[in-house]
Design a protein around this ligand. Sequence first.
Ligand code: FES
Length: 109
Amino acid sequence: MVWKRTISAKALEKAKYASVKVEDKVIFMANIKGKLYAMDAVCSHARCILGQLDEEKLTVKCFCHHAVFDLNTGNMLEPPYVAPDAPKEKLGLKTYQIRDNSGWIEVDV
Ligand code: FES
C-alpha cells in the first residue's frame, strides 16, 4: 500500500467531491454522508475529466459524452451517447482505497 495525502478532510466534506492530481493520476474523490469514495477521474472513453456526482445513485457522469460510472466499483453503467455500443465491461475505471488520516484525505495509489 502506498498512501498519498491529498486534500484536507474538511475541504472534501465541504465540497462533497473533488478531482485531485496524485502522482501521475487524477483521482475523483467524494465524501457522501461521511463515506469516502475514490476512483480514476479520467474517463475511459475519451479522457475527459469526470464530474457530475449523483449522491443518491452513487454515480458520476462524464461531462463530455455522459457516460455514467458506479462510484463503488468503477464500472461503466451507461455508455457514452456518442458510442452507445461501447463495451461497457471494458471501460470501467479503477477504484482506490481512501481514508481520513488525522484530518487529511489519503488515497492508496
Ligand atoms: S469522454 Fe467521457 S463519455 Fe466520452
